[in-house]
Design a protein around this ligand. Sequence first.
Ligand code: THU
Length: 137
Amino acid sequence: MAKINKPALIYAAAKARGGAVAPHSNFQVGAALLTKSGAIIGGANVESASYGLTCCAERVALFTALTSGRKHFVAVAVVARAPGGPMPCGACRQLLAEYAPDAVVLVADSRKLAAIREFSVKELLPAAFVNVPAKNG
Ligand code: THU
């Protein structure tokens, strides 16, 4: 597998951040997923006046990737104007544990893109819930 170009993926997340629709929090987040085959899929957060309907950048990127047939992810980058970079929320960690369990998670502050922090999905969500065996009756 090719080496992950971390600065390039962070840059893609920073670019995707430009698509954020965050009129309520004014906190724009961009995410970029790198597939095993080298494709990069971006996403940004979208907020609702009914706040709970908001969808994070990570999930927008993941849902876009999954619904365009991408299944194997090696890394995800997340960028926002936050000291040290934005940490994925619990809901996104759950989805990453299910669909990108082996991905490297890269985060960076939009003002300091070269300072990349790196995590594994497993360390962000240890002992994740992944499945319930089907039962009949
Ligand atoms: N948000 C993300 O998009 N990703 C994160 O990792 C953290 C939070 C969004 C959700 C909401 O639109 C805004 O940031 C404030 O929570």
